[in-house]
Structures are given as structure tokens and as C-alpha cells.
Design a protein around this ligand. Structure first.
Ligand code: AHG
Ligand code: MN
Ligand code: MN
Length: 330
């Protein structure tokens, strides 16, 4: 059987009335930008992507060349298409409304252009994460219109630039995975209706922060580490890529729990609600998993600022529920 391309997949969604032509074109545009970023990532130092850009982003983080390049590729691809009212990125201080000489569309785009920047120079998978919201009609797209809870997302997705380039997207009817065919340079549907197993014996957390964790997280990991001899009665395995895209892709592929909790140093957590936690939570829930900040469902959190950070616990439902219950009882 011939596999569907991303274009065919999206046209089917449009015919079924799930998305309109504008949203279809927007997702196609983002996918095209991801292909361009994938090419830059592949070139490595030959394409000038390695090394520091010598600048800081709004959050005081040192930008890598590839952070800046990826941001520009996404900006350039999206400003003239006519489907966006405004966009904003982890690497930009302010919201960027669509220039007035282009038509303004009904959507708002948020993205983390290059996730896993610390891995660029060491040849480990990185990626791009995006989230799409609706701009209320007749409203000037300023920061406030972006501050919608994640459950309002109409689409979300992420690309992983690894041994293969993968794209995972949802428009609210399941999570689907596509593989970039390097011969035809098209995304081809390879994972239909992704389903995260409810149970797992694999956890992902940066254990170098252990001394700073809150008691419920410490308890959960201690119990995993105790393995067969502990209260869980089974051995656990650990993975930590330090690129959320790669860690979440693994969770979608074979189950697992991924955590970046708040701790005494990162008091609000480390990951960004709007560019990382919300889109990933939407995808994970669409794949039958769960996503909380330890206490609350991520998709129900009302954001109060664009670059807000948040604790993240996501993946196999029964494990996420367990961590969340440890917080509730603490
Ligand atoms: P970014 O490169 O967009 O700043 O995001 C990196 C994030 C995320 O991808 C990853 O899970 C986490 O930072 C890794 O943090 P540590 O280096 O603290 O492990
Ligand atoms: Mn990131
Ligand atoms: Mn980033």
C-alpha cells in the first residue's frame, strides 16, 4: 500500500471538516521550514550552524548559531502566507504581528525553533516545536491574545532532527508521525494514531538536579531506583537525551515518563509553558498519555506571561498519575 504524504493527510483532514484550508497551509508551511532546518542541522559546522551566535535571548540564554538560523527560517516562511495574525518564538522578546502589507489570517503561531541547543555541537538529536492558537476576531494580536490555556490549541507538532527527520503532529484527532523521505524530500505518514503504553519501566529526568527536587519527585525516583527490591517490585531503566523532542519522541514510540520538575534552583521549572509544555502535552494526551505540572493538567493552566516556565511530568498515563498523586498527598 502506498503511504500518504503529509499533504494528502492534511487534505483528508480538511475534507473531513477538521481543519480549514488556512490551517492546512500553515502546517504545510511549518513542515517546509522544518525541512530547511533539517538540512542546516545536517550540514553541521559546514553550514555555519555550530558554535555560539554571541548573543543572548530574552531569557538570558546564550544563543547558538543554529538557534538564530532556525528562528529566521521559521519567521521568513511564515510572515507572508496570509494565515497568521501574529507569531512569537522562544528566541524573540515580543510578539510579531503579521506585517500590515501582507494579509492577516486567523491563527497565532508559537514555536521553539531549535529545541535541545546544548546538543547541536555534539551531534545529538535536536528539533523544532510548534503550537497553533486562534486569534479572536477583530482583536489586535498583542501578547494578551496569546495567553490562552493549552486546551485551546488547534494544532501542535514537533520535528526531531535525528538519524531520520521525524515530524509528529496533531490537529485534535490523534497524534500522527511522519518520516522525511530524503529522496523525494516529502514527509510520509509512518505512524498512524500513536498510542503511548499506559505502563512503563523507563523514566527520563536529569538526576544531576536530585538534591534540589521536591519530596514527591524524590520519592517517585527513589522507588524506581529501588527496582525489584523496592515498593514497585520491578526494575526501571533511565534515559535522558537533554533534547525534549528526542525524549518525548521516545515516550511516544515505546512509552515512558519524562519529567523536568520544579526544584530549588528552577523554582518555576525549566521548560517553557507556551513553546514546549503546551504543544507536547497536547500531543501526548492525543496519544493516550497524560501531562501535568505535578499537580494540574498542563492544558488547563492559564498562562500569565509569554515566556513563562513550568514543571513538566508527561508520558505513560499510570506513571504520570502516580507522580501527580504523590504531589497531591505531600
Ligand atoms: P532549549 O534548547 O530550547 O533551550 O531547550 C532545552 C530543554 C529541553 O529540550 C531539555 O529537556 C532540557 O532543556 C535539558 O535541560 P538540562 O540541560 O538541564 O538537562
Ligand atoms: Mn526547547
Ligand atoms: Mn530552543
Amino acid at each position: 500500500m502506498r503511504r500518504a504524504s503529509l499533504t494528502q493527510f492534511l487534505i483528508e483532514r480538511q475534507r473531513a471538516g477538521r481543519i480549514n484550508a488556512d490551517l492546512r497551509l500553515l502546517i504545510e508551511t511549518i513542515a517546509r521550514a522544518c525541512k530547511a532546518i533539517s538540512t542546516r542541522v545536517n550540514k553541521g559546522s559546514l553550514g555555519g550552524g555550530h558554535g555560539s551566535a554571541g548573543s543572548e535571548n530574552v531569557q538570558g540564554e546564550i544563543q547558538k548559531n543554529l538557534d538564530v538560523m532556525s528562528n529566521e527560517i521559521l519567521l521568513e516562511a511564515n510572515e507572508w502566507g496570509g494565515n497568521l495574525a501574529a507569531l512569537v518564538s522562544e528566541e524573540m522578546e515580543d510578539v510579531k504581528p503579521t506585517p500590515t502589507h501582507y494579509p492577516r489570517g486567523e491563527y497565532l503561531l508559537l514555536f521553539d525553533p531549535l529545541d535541545g541547543s546544548s546538543n547541536i555541537d555534539v551531534n545529538i538529536s535536536v528539533g523544532t516545536i510548534f503550537s497553533v492558537l486562534r486569534c479572536p476576531k477583530g482583536v489586535e494580536p498583542d501578547e494578551k491574545v496569546f495567553l490562552q490555556p493549552g486546551r485551546n490549541q488547534v494544532a501542535a507538532g514537533f520535528a526531531v532532527y535525528g538519524p531520520t527527520t521525524q515530524l509528529v503532529i496533531t490537529v485534535g484527532d490523534g497524534a500522527y508521525g511522519f518520516t522525511l523521505d530524503r529522496e523525494t524530500f516529502t514527509f510520509v505518514l509512518t505512524q498512524e494514531r500513536i498510542k503511548i503504553p499506559e505502563d512503563t519501566a523507563e523514566f527520563a529526568i536529569n538526576t544531576s538536579n536530585m538534591r534540589r527536587w521536591e519530596p514527591p519527585v524524590k520519592r517517585y525516583i527513589d522507588e524506581c531506583l529501588a527496582g525489584k527490591d523496592g515498593p514497585r517490585g520491578k526494575d526501571f531503566n533511565m534515559r535522558w537525551v537533554a533534547s525534549m523532542v528526542a525524549d518525548v519522541y521516545r515516550v511516544l514510540s515505546r512509552g515512558g515518563i519524562f519529567m523536568y520538575p520544579r526544584d530549588s534552583k528552577n523554582k518555576d521549572g525549566r521548560l517553557r509553558l507556551m513553546y514546549e509544555a503546551n504543544p507536547m502535552a497536547f500531543i501526548v494526551e492525543q496519544a493516550g498519555g497524560a501531562a501535568t505540572d505535578g499537580r494540574n493538567r498542563i492544558l488547563d493552566i492559564q498562562p500569565h506571561k509569554l515566556h513563562q516556565r513550568i514543571a513538566v511530568v508527561l508520558g505513560s498515563k499510570n506513571e504520570v498519575d502516580r507522580v501527580t498523586s504523590y504531589h497531591a498527598n505531600s
